[in-house]
Design a protein around this ligand. Sequence first.
Ligand SMILES: [Zn+2]
Length: 189
Amino acid sequence: MANSLVTRERIDQEVRAALATTLRIDANGIGMEQSIINDLGATSIDFLDINFRLEQVFGIRLASQLLLDHVEEELGEGTAIDRDNKITAGAAALLREQFPEAESIKAGIYADEVPAVVTPGSIATAVEKIIAHLPDACPACSAASWKSDDSTKVACGGCGKDAEYPDGDELTKRWIHDMQREKQLFANA
Ligand SMILES: [Zn+2]
């Protein structure tokens, strides 16, 4: 079922707060469509910190690997990134599914250019997708009533246990296989 206890507005707010703390910038000045690397000046180390903060706030695990690395692992070496370190047509199509706004993503761009498409909005979407997997009933006590005191972390209204969600890497892998079955983006996989 969808997670009605945590709104998108709340997620956006927490993503801005995590970025502001990590990057030491003003949360109010952060636009949800800005490039976190190009516009906000983040490095790859900063992403670890931002993700960690959001994981603590929402009780989730975000994907720890890049999408293209997941594709290579799941569908075979060379499926997403060619020998010149450029992205394949399949990888470009998959990235456009995940980042519909990222018009700079095309087959043949360098894999190193891809992380620049990540925006506060795309991180918020990643959080939203994970927490949407709130089970109907608590696996521990079977109560079908969830509650949230802070509109971020969700706990069982019966036994009080924190909600458990599938982790981001697991969901990404499932999504890659679903997309491949549906759209055959990777011809040789
Ligand atoms: Zn319970």
